[in-house]
Design a protein around this ligand. Structure first.
Ligand SMILES: *Cc1c(COP(=O)(O)O)cnc(C)c1O
Length: 382
């Protein structure tokens, strides 16, 4: 089996059978000619299947060490498709520290009779206690956004497996380069490919990867029935992004860790939340379960929201924007931006205080990024 960097460049992407194109062509077509009466070719209609999409799906399956991949128009389209596996009367255990859009979607499910129970998945006894006969799945996100808390994937997957319950892991924050949930016993991996997998902030997309054949068949059925698939041009962009995934993730990891260490020693910073720092309460778990930390983390400034706002307004290399995982560095204020729709008391419980800043560290030169934060904090201190 080829290794990760080789798979990222080649998996699902043999030279095109028509003319030998080395780059997977964009099959920008809605439909495909039959070879004769009652003789369809390998594809008939692009909602059901498309060669550009197939290449991306096979590549992602290989990178996550799964057997089947499915790609969608957005990360939320992937989640919507996945959640249609479940029926009214069934029960889902969901981590109480999740991407905001996932909460919003789960509320729609709750209105339709699927019981959603939010549990702190760091507490294994609480997970066991929450299991019911109607429980069908446990939904995990690790690390979580923005405070970078971790869930022990192998431990939760073992509890779930013993109870005959599926586990789902949103692996957006690390990408398969730094964490492979299927290898730790998780059943379903989910991605917003908008983030690190595409990595260039020029497309939105989502993905699901599984190992089990029956699950794969069911998800493929839902993808076609719901029409949530990703368009060929967007698949091409994501495929192109993936070729450099390993290189980018290494650069994100090293830059972010260097900045996190520098921030931790800075007098204007109250706290840094980064799983690669020994000060992180789950540092040992991070070392065991992840091979790197990606580029996203958060920190608290001294002086509350006014100081946070001054810093956000003074950066020059960082761009004030939501989203993460691109080659360019972004900075944002979770309590008024990405997490503004989370109810205030839950926000406080999650540690999203007004002095909290999240950064998505890009692949620029770390020295320039540190100099930018340094000058912005200088402005903040004035
Ligand atoms: C962005 C994100 C999503 C949603 O993906 P979209 O592509 O924006 O629809 C889901 N989970 C996590 C962890 C994310 O960061």
């Amino acid at each position: 089996m080829p290794r990760f960097k080789t798979l990222a460049v080649h998996a699902g992407q043999a030279p095109d059978p028509a003319f030998g194109a080395v780059m997977t062509p964009i099959y920008q077509t809605s439909t495909f000619a039959f070879r004769g009466v009652n003789r369809p070719g390998p594809y008939d209609y692009s909602r059901s299947g498309n060669p550009t999409r197939k290449a991306l799906e096979e590549c992602l399956a290989a990178l996550e060490n799964g057997s089947a991949g499915f790609v969608f128009g957005t990360g939320m389209a992937a989640e919507t498709t996945l959640l249609l596996l479940f029926k009214p009367g069934e029960h889902l255990i969901v981590h109480n520290d999740l991407y905001g859009g996932t909460y919003r979607l789960l509320e729609l499910l709750a209105e339709r009779g699927i019981a959603i129970e939010y549990v702190d998945l760091r507490d294994e006894a609480a997970v066991r206690a929450a299991l019911r006969p109607a429980t069908r799945a446990i939904w995990i996100e690790s690390p979580t956004n923005p405070c970078m808390n971790l869930v022990d994937l192998a431990a939760i997957a073992a509890i779930a497996r013993a109870a005959g319950v599926l586990t789902i892991c949103d692996n957006t924050f690390l990408s398969p380069y730094f964490q492979r949930p299927l290898d730790l016993g998780v059943d379903i991996v989910l991605h917003s490919t908008t983030k690190y997998i595409n990595g260039h902030s020029d497309v939105v997309g989502g993905a699901i990867v599984v190992r089990d054949a029956a699950l794969a068949e069911r998800i493929g059925y839902l993808q076609n029935a719901l029409g949530t698939c990703e368009a060929p041009f967007d698949c091409f962009l994501v495929l192109r992004g993936i070729k450099t995934l390993a290189l980018r993730m290494e650069a994100h990891h090293h830059n972010a860790l260097e900045i996190a260490r520098w921030l931790e020693g800075h007098a204007a910073i109250a706290r840094v939340y980064h799983p690669g720092l020994p000060s992180h309460p789950q540092y040992a778990l991070a070392q065991r379960q992840m091979t790197g930390c990606g580029g996203t983390f958060s920190f608290r400034v001294r002086g509350g929201q006014p100081e946070a706002f001054r810093l956000l307004g003074a950066v020059r290399v960082f761009t004030l924007a939501e989203s993460l995982g691109g080659v360019e560095s972004l900075i944002e204020h979770p309590s008024t931006m990405t997490h503004a729709s989370v109810p205030a008391e839950i926000r406080e419980q999650m540690g999203i205080t007004p002095d909290l800043i999240r950064i998505s560290v890009g692949i620029e030169d770390a020295a320039d990024l540190i100099a930018d934060l340094d000058q912005a904090m200088g402005v903040a201190a004035v």
